[in-house]
Write a protein that binds this ligand. Structure first.
Ligand code: CA
Ligand code: CA
Ligand code: CA
Length: 562
């Protein structure tokens, strides 16, 4: 994992929020992660579907017979819609709402791939119908995952005086980091077209020269030995009709290292790696080493779309490049718990892997409940509020998909509204949503509470509608103990905490009265329905059994073989 380093912002937070003096020498470190990026919560936008900030880059006439703008999915039930064309969202739309995102308590924005995608709708594959999966006929690269030139911005994104470098600089100015979504596994759909289309199945280099071309051939008909334009690809398929980049070919590695180094040089702060499990760990190891040679500690997390922790854990190991992953296994349980009011918090416990787990460092996983490739969380407003209260207090780096702050298109999968256009009007009205108000409260709390961002997690009580746990950050002369109490029930819940409870004055971070806890005392309090309370004790850990338990958590954190 990236070398420990404290961000100036975190140091400032720690300086004003935490006790410094009176820490005895030799105080042990209790740290979930020191990766600076873990201080941020992530807001994920599908750029084309967030806000159209500049109609002049919409390319509404693009594509000729295979036009690309505004293509509704056929077969929508009354009152519903989905779209597979471009809808105009761009860098300016994201930047115009930087203060909205920042104000909600997020420190980073994950944007979909920025590289050039084909300028026509795809004519091969299977037809897109309402709710269909793995269908691409008639679809465009509005999502950005069909790259043809990975060194070039797609023309729908920038505006005058707002190229990528200017975009990242302005985002940084607004207090937001930029997570760039990157693809190396595939280019665009490459075969099954009735008539060959320009750009599809082709890849161009930095100078615009054609370096790979599948020529509309099925993969098994590729001839990499004799045809240099076929050498970029495997002669077997991978995902639908997408070209399958040859991860054994050093030229492929060079091409993508060069491209993504270029974007990192232009201000990307972190990478989200698409389809990481569709390429070898040897490829990613070399990729990560080369990116970090120029950008030390560069944070990356991969999408291995797999609910098995044993399958996805390997990507986080140093032998695979120390790349974190999206926490799919926990996501499955989060949906089970927060979509179903009668559920039990204990279902989350065995997907945390706080000790001797499959991950190099479970505290660096990116946690989430839905995204663009699955149905959005199908929960009530209360369910969303409860899910957010969990995500922003438990271990991991929370990522929220655009629109979730208002329950936008809840329960909807791709081709059913999942990726619909959000727009300025909904953003301007977001504060009317109870989900938004509670999300903002808990996200801002995480932003101001190092223990919630990066502290060790010690579960106390997970049962029915209640969960209680500590988060502890202690390093050098900085220390903070947080006690998190969650209630996802419809009635007020009583908490009576005694385990590992250190004496002192515990301050409620979300309002209420401080509680003085005596030696071997208890902390009794109530938490309203669908709410959270966090008590903070800004003190070094002194209680003997708490010291012992945190020492064990620290020693057994991560994968036992590393
Ligand atoms: Ca636009
Ligand atoms: Ca394009
Ligand atoms: Ca592949």
């Amino acid at each position: 994992m990236p070398k420990p380093r404290l961000l100036p912002a975190l140091v400032a937070t720690l300086a004003c929020g935490l006790a410094h003096a009176a820490t005895p020498a030799g105080t042990p470190d209790f740290v979930g992660t020191d990766a600076p990026f873990a201080a941020n919560a992530i807001y994920f936008v599908l750029t084309d579907r967030f806000v159209n900030g500049d109609p002049s880059n919409d390319q509404r006439d693009q594509g000729g017979a295979h036009r690309t703008f505004d293509i509704p999915v056929p077969g929508a039930p009354p009152g519903e819609s989905a779209n597979i064309g471009y809808l105009g969202g761009d860098f300016k739309g994201v930047l115009d709402n930087a203060s909205y995102i920042r104000g909600m308590g997020f420190g980073a924005v994950w944007i979909t791939p920025i590289v050039d995608n084909p300028d026509e709708a795809f004519t091969g594959g299977d037809p897109v119908t309402w709710g269909s999966k793995f269908t691409d006929r008639g679809k465009t690269g509005f999502h950005g995952y069909w790259g043809v030139n990975f060194y070039k911005l797609d023309e729908h994104l920038p505006s005058k005086n707002l190229d990528f470098r200017q975009f990242t600089a302005a985002m940084h100015q607004a207090g937001l980091k930029v997570v760039q979504d990157i693809v190396a596994n595939h280019g665009s759909p490459a075969f099954s077209m009735p008539v060959r289309q320009p750009q599809f199945g082709q890849i161009f280099d930095k100078d615009g020269k054609l370096i790979a071309d599948q020529q509309n051939l099925p993969p098994y008909k590729l001839d990499p030995i004799r045809n240099p334009l076929h050498r970029f690809y495997h002669a077997y398929d991978d995902l639908v009709q997408l070209s399958n980049n040859d991860d054994q070919n050093p030229a492929v590695l060079d091409y993508f290292v060069g491209a993504y180094e270029q974007w990192a040089d232009q201000g990307a702060d972190a990478f989200r790696i698409d389809t990481i499990s569709h390429m070898s760990t040897a490829f990613w190891k070399q990729f990560a080493v080369r990116i970090r040679a120029k950008h030390p500690g560069f944070f990356m997390f991969g999408e291995a779309f797999d609910y098995s922790p044993d399958n996805i854990g390997q990507y986080t190991w140093p032998s695979s490049g120390s790349i974190s992953v999206l926490d799919f296994p926990l996501r499955g349980r989060i949906a089970d718990v927060f979509e179903h009011p009668g559920s039990d918090y204990a279902q989350l416990l065995d997907r945390l892997y706080l000790t001797n787990g499959p991950y190099q460092n479970p505290y660096e996983l990116v946690t989430f409940y839905d995204n663009h490739d699955m149905a959005r969380l199908n929960a009530s407003d209360s369910g969303f509020i409860d899910a957010n209260n969990w995500l922003f207090t438990a271990r991991g780096i929370p990522a929220i998909y655009y629109g979730s702050e208002t329950g936008f298109e809840r329960g909807k999968a791709e081709h059913q509204g999942n990726r619909n256009y959000y727009g300025q009007q909904r953003i301007d009205a977001a504060s009317k949503s109870p989900i938004y108000r509670q999300l903002k409260r808990i996200a801002q709390l995480r932003e101001n509470t190092p223990a919630l961002q990066r502290g060790l997690m010690l579960p106390l009580h997970f049962a029915g509608n209640q969960a209680a746990f500590y988060r502890v950050y202690q390093k050098g002369d900085m220390h903070q103990i947080a006690l998190v109490l969650l209630n996802k029930g419809d009635a007020t819940a009583e908490f009576d905490i005694a385990d590992y409870l250190q004496p002192g004055r515990w301050t409620p971070a979300l309002g209420g009265s401080a509680i003085d806890v005596a030696e071997h005392g208890r902390l009794r309090t109530s938490v309203p329905a669908h709410d959270v309370q966090v008590y903070l004790l800004d003190a070094a850990v002194k209680r003997v059994d708490l010291l012992a338990e945190l020492t064990r958590l620290m020693q057994e954190r991560g994968h036992p073989e590393h």
